[in-house]
Design a protein around this ligand. Structure first.
Ligand SMILES: [Fe+2]
Length: 335
């Protein structure tokens, strides 16, 4: 078993550098004003328009119209759903149809939308995205907002083309407002946040609303801090070094922005686990068990369980209830 685990660790690694935001960034900037109470009419300012029924424009039109800006927003966070690229990864639990089962189960929560944390497919190919679309259509839960993961690209390591994912869902970083919250979804699938992205992020954070940020790969400054639900996250000195499964470029700057703007939650996937950390007054969560194989490898913290998180964000704060595929409800300790 050791060799496959080492291979898995290597597959999860490989820092990259030098991604750009592309020409859509100015349009996305306008998205800062996306309607809370009236989701925008197409063409939405959230990247290049796409005709896919799963495009951001289409999802935004499906958001509930919350007239009260103090309305509590209930949404579901769902982690990695890729089924496993190799036979030895697919051999780990939860095995078949876990994503579809969880997507069907979470509908009873009647969330405003599903926030999916990347790795929708095991590798970005036409066949895999066709299969994903077929699964999504079968369960048909909308709105569904994924961030792009490294596996959503043809090359799962380093830099890679993202046109298939972008064509189905939309490209780059974007944000939208709902109730009293701003949701900011970012692309760090190249293992970095560029200076242009960080500048965009700072502008997006400049709002009195509650702020919820999501991206696929967790930052290396949180390595060693994550805990299982009900355990206290660890305190440690701020160390940033490249390591398997974590991103480094732009990580320190991300930490400063999250703290300065008092971000309410930051969600990551990538590591197929469930864990949380507090750093600089900010609560961070890794939720990578949306249905993907729960393999064990050195450096992956937390509880290996397939789950989704029901989040309620309102004037009183944020609550999270974790529903595991085994029927357990869990919570994190309060920040
Ligand atoms: Fe990933």
């Amino acid at each position: 078993m050791l060799k496959p685990l080492l291979v898995l660790a290597l597959l999860a690694s490989s820092p990259g550098s030098g991604a750009g935001l592309g020409a859509g960034s100015q349009l996305r900037e306008i998205a800062a004003g996306l309607g809370v109470d009236s989701p925008p009419a197409p063409p939405a300012t959230v990247g290049k328009p796409t005709s896919s029924p799963w495009s951001r424009e289409a999802q935004l039109r499906g958001l509930p119209r919350l007239a009260d800006p103090d309305a509590t927003v209930r949404f579901v966070v769902l982690g990695d759903i890729e089924p496993g690229r190799f036979w030895f990864t697919r051999a780990f639990p939860p095995k078949k149809n876990a994503f579809e089962r969880q997507l069907a189960a979470l509908q009873r929560e009647e969330p405003a939308f599903v926030l999916q944390l990347g790795d929708t497919v095991s590798r970005g190919t036409d066949a895999n995205f066709a299969e994903l679309e077929e699964k999504l259509e079968r369960v048909a839960y909308r709105p569904f907002f994924p961030v792009v993961g490294n596996h959503d690209r043809p090359r799962t390591h380093g830099h890679s083309d993202k046109s298939l994912f972008n064509g189905m869902f939309g490209d780059g970083d974007f944000h939208f407002d709902l109730g009293g919250c701003r949701f900011i979804l970012m692309d760090n699938s190249n293992w970095e946040l560029t200076s242009a992205q960080l500048a965009w992020l700072e502008r997006a954070l400049d709002t009195p609303r509650r702020k919820i940020v999501a991206m696929h790969i967790p930052p290396s400054y949180l390595r060693g801090r994550f805990a299982k639900p009900k355990r206290e996250p660890k305190e440690a000195s701020l160390k940033v070094k490249e390591s398997v499964g974590w991103f480094t470029e732009g990580a320190i700057e991300l930490a400063a922005l999250m703290t300065r703007y008092r971000v309410d939650r930051v969600y990551f996937g990538h590591l197929h686990t469930l864990a949380y950390a507090d750093y600089g007054g900010v609560r961070y969560v890794i939720s990578g068990g949306g249905g993907s194989p729960l393999y064990r490898a050195p450096g992956i913290p937390g509880t290996k369980t397939s789950h989704y998180i029901v989040v309620e964000a309102g004037p009183a704060g944020i609550t999270e209830r974790i529903e595991t595929m085994r029927g357990k409800s869990l919570t994190f300790l309060k920040p």
